[in-house]
Design a protein around this ligand. Structure first.
Ligand SMILES: NC(=O)c1ccc[n+]([C@@H]2O[C@H](COP(=O)([O-])OP(=O)(O)OC[C@H]3O[C@@H](n4cnc5c(N)ncnc54)[C@H](O)[C@@H]3O)[C@@H](O)[C@H]2O)c1
Length: 278
């Protein structure tokens, strides 16, 4: 008889992680490695991909980590990656749709800054939807179809607490700055994160009897060196009274990828310290 912990193992399974070189993407890789799987990181820049790989090869010296420089909005290159993985391993078992134009409150991202709704540029809207929604659609189509043929697979769409609630823009405000120059979370972020839930539900029913499970994970409020005032404001909106740590996600990701969650599909798993219930 298998133990409950055995159900969490994904030994030898090939799991694609889009935006795999980013802050949370690396933690998804950790989840896959802990389960004995083979993470396949897709990202647009070579250097952060190689750094992520080196960092985790040092921690997991016997692991296999695949990396591909790829833009998930380019269907052709996704097809090439699919073919290369099938030639090498013969199967693709998981997909984490994690890449996004992720606006940082520090203001370093081009889609977050002194852009109000009334002057939000069409090109940024289109770029954000292209990566967050179109990229996820393409990955689900290309890699999920392999899983359908295999009769087994797990897809996780990474949404956000902002896939459930609207941003409370007051937490981003800076005193003494005119309204037009205040930083706000972009409308495209809300639309992408809500949209991914639609993709999850559509595919969970479409592939319901085909062995491909599709679920949404909503991370929230990751602490990443934000300033003290911001941390205080956001923490007041969270029943647990604090932001999340990156190490608080991998266990849930492994659960969602593995047979431990074999009867879960179309679900939304929210890790937000309770923020969305307030
Ligand atoms: N950090 C948070 O507080 C937080 C909270 C809730 C949800 N999320 C979600 O988690 C996911 C990961 O967030 P993160 O904080 O790690 O962001 P991040 O910016 O560190 O990582 C995103 C990665 O996606 C890559 N990427 C962007 N466009 C791409 C493309 N076209 N093709 C391939 N890769 C591309 C980037 O290069 C980057 O490495 C995002 O979907 C984000 O919306 C993050």
């Amino acid at each position: 008889m298998h133990s409950i912990f055995d159900q969490f193992m994904i030994t030898g399974q090939v799991v694609i992680i889009t935006g795999g070189a980013g802050l949370i993407g690396r933690r998804h890789m950790e989840a896959v490695l802990e389960g004995g799987g083979i993470p396949v990181l897709l990202d647009i820049f070579e250097e952060p991909l190689q750094k992520a790989k080196e960092e985790y090869m040092a921690k997991y010296p016997d692991a296999v980590i695949e990396t591909y420089v790829a833009d998930i909005t380019a269907e052709e290159s996704l097809c090439e990656i699919r073919d290369a993985l099938l030639a090498k391993y013969g199967h693709i078992d998981g997909l984490i749709n994690n890449a996004a134009n992720n606006p940082k409150m520090e203001g370093g991202s081009k889609n977050m800054g002194a852009i109000q709704f009334h002057n939000f540029p069409l090109d940024i809207w289109q770029e954000d939807l292209m990566v967050g929604l179109t990229g996820s659609f393409l990955c689900a189509k290309i890699f999920g179809t392999v899983m359908e043929k295999q009769g087994k697979g797990a897809i996780i769409n990474i949404s956000s607490d902002y896939g459930v609630i609207s941003p409370n823009q007051s937490i981003y405000r800076k005193e003494g700055i005119p309204e037009e120059e205040q930083i706000i979370k972009p409308v495209s972020y809300s639309v992408v994160k809500h949209g991914l839930m639609g993709l999850t539900k559509y595919l969970a029913t479409y592939w319901g009897k085909k062995g491909v499970r599709v679920n949404t994970l909503c991370p929230a409020s990751l602490f990443n060196g934000q300033d003290e005032e911001f941390v205080k404001r956001i923490s007041e909106l969270i029943p647990m009274g604090r932001m999340s740590r990156p190490d608080e996600y991998p266990a849930t990701v492994l659960y969602m990828l593995s047979d431990a969650s074999s009867y879960m599909t179309g679900a939304t798993v929210i890790l937000d310290g309770g923020r969305t219930i307030w």
